[in-house]
Design a protein around this ligand. Structure first.
Ligand code: AMP
Ligand code: MG
Length: 418
């Protein structure tokens, strides 16, 4: 388990900016050091544990980039077209043949190895065949055209994949191109997930008239799984200090992170704070972010705990800014900063200076083809429909006080957050 000290989440100021939160997490959360080896087919989404240097150049041998005709460097026509008799036929996967005879050309196909001395290929579309069945090659082609030299993509020995890289399909493809079958990755981090609140019922269980079904736990578990975590579903804890404390204490030793939702505002019936303080340490981060409420950061027996707000949208947004970087840091992953892309606002909005806001928006194409962000008409942090019916979040920085239609704003797609 990742052992952390009780004061590692301590923060001095009254309000914490999103950047301060991420900075604090990345400097104070230690990566777990346990590795495991997985088959290449299971490597997607895992965090690479060691650098991988190219064991062979890519491509491994010099080959033709097109279907066409290969010629010796000395025979390239420079000012007038020239007819070449055929000498040889080289298919992809074929053996490297003997050098082409001087003044001849060889039929060659995409991916086939270049014959020795031949450095250039004419595309079949650019040649004609004369009455004597000779291949007539036009002048002016640059030496080396339509050829992929060995190592042009990646030279042998080059560190092509870095430790900490979260593997995506393209990284898996590169490992396969190196001929690797097994990959050393960081073991999955184990996250215990609880919901808290007397008003919650689990889907599939009876719901009293004053209860609602617990949705956050399923959202958070799905988000964690998308980040590559192993998730323990620990159900709902009641709003009662002792049972909360017992529930949390039980899982601390066997998990790398505890995630709770609900019960961390400062109301009388918010018991998570007192429960954690009775068995470990806890600080409330008052983040300058909307939607968002205080986020609880705690340590129980060396295991970090994050307590997210109960309102679904606040829970979603604070997950992205607090849980995501914590999980990446625990996994030893390279930082993956969120980079909003510019789109055009199609809404008016007023905001307070000094805090960051996230507006739920849908994208559409404007008349000129540019992307426009349409604000979801309602703002409540409890509206699940606002997450379901939009495409992502517009990020409004601390300095912004107003948005006018036509203004450029930064957009984060839900698809890019996890
Ligand atoms: P709390 O953070 O406990 O004050 O809860 C704030 C609001 O979010 C209340 O209306 C709760 O009913 C609601 N809420 C809390 N937990 C959940 C949950 N797991 N799923 C859906 N809504 C929740
Ligand atoms: Mg509650």
């Amino acid at each position: 388990m990742a052992q952390l000290s009780d004061d590692c989440f301590a923060f001095g100021g009254p309000m914490m900016s999103v950047d301060e939160a991420v900075g604090l997490i990345t400097t104070r959360v230690n990566a777990i050091a346990d590795l495991e080896t997985v088959a290449l087919v299971d490597a997607d989404g895992r965090v690479l544990a060691r650098d991988i240097a190219a064991p062979l150049p890519l491509p491994p041998f010099t080959n033709s980039a097109v279907d066409g005709y290969a010629v010796r460097d000395a025979d390239l026509p420079d000012s007038a077209e020239r007819a070449f008799p055929l000498d040889g036929r080289i298919q992809a996967g074929g053996l490297v043949q003997a050098p082409i005879r001087p003044g001849h050309t060889a039929r060659i196909f995409t991916g086939a190895p270049m014959p020795p001395d031949a450095g250039t290929v004419f595309m079949q579309e650019d040649v004609r065949i004369d009455d004597a069945a000779r291949i007539v090659l036009p002048p002016g082609l640059k030496p080396g055209a339509n050829v992929r030299p060995a190592g042009e993509d990646i030279p042998q020995g080059h560190v092509a994949l870095r430790a900490g890289q979260r593997l995506r399909p393209q990284h898996v493809a590169l490992a396969a191109a190196f001929g690797l079958t097994r990959i050393d990755v960081v073991r999955r981090i184990r996250v215990a997930v609880f919901s808290t609140g007397d008003e919650l019922a689990s889907p599939g269980e009876p719901r009293a008239a004053s209860q609602l079904f617990d949705s956050n736990r399923f959202m958070l578990m799905a988000m964690l799984r998308r980040l590559g975590c192993e998730v323990s579903d620990l159900g709902i804890l009641r709003d009662e200090r002792t049972s909360l404390a017992n529930g949390l204490k039980q899982v601390a030793g066997s998990h790398d992170l505890i995630l709770t939702t609900g019960g961390v505002s400062t109301g009388e019936e918010d018991h998570v704070k007192a429960a954690v303080e009775s068995i470990g340490s806890l600080v409330l981060w008052r983040m300058a972010i909307k939607p968002g409420r205080p986020v609880a950061m705690g340590i129980i027996g060396g295991t970090p705990l994050i307590g997210l707000p109960g309102n679904p949208v606040a829970s979603f947004v604070t997950f992205v800014h607090v849980v995501r970087p914590t999980v990446l840091a625990l996994m030893g992953g390279l930082p993956e900063p969120l980079l909003p892309i510019p789109v055009r606002a199609a809404f008016t909005y007023k905001k307070k200076i000094g805090r960051r806001e996230y507006i739920r928006v849908s994208l559409r194409r404007g008349q000129d083809g540019a992307l426009e962000a349409i604000k979801f008409p309602r703002e409540g942090a409890g509206l699940l429909s606002s997450l379901v019916e939009t495409d992502g979040l517009v990020e409004l920085g601390e300095d912004i006080t107003r948005v006018e239609p036509g203004q450029s704003v930064g957009f984060l797609s839900y698809a890019d957050l996890l």
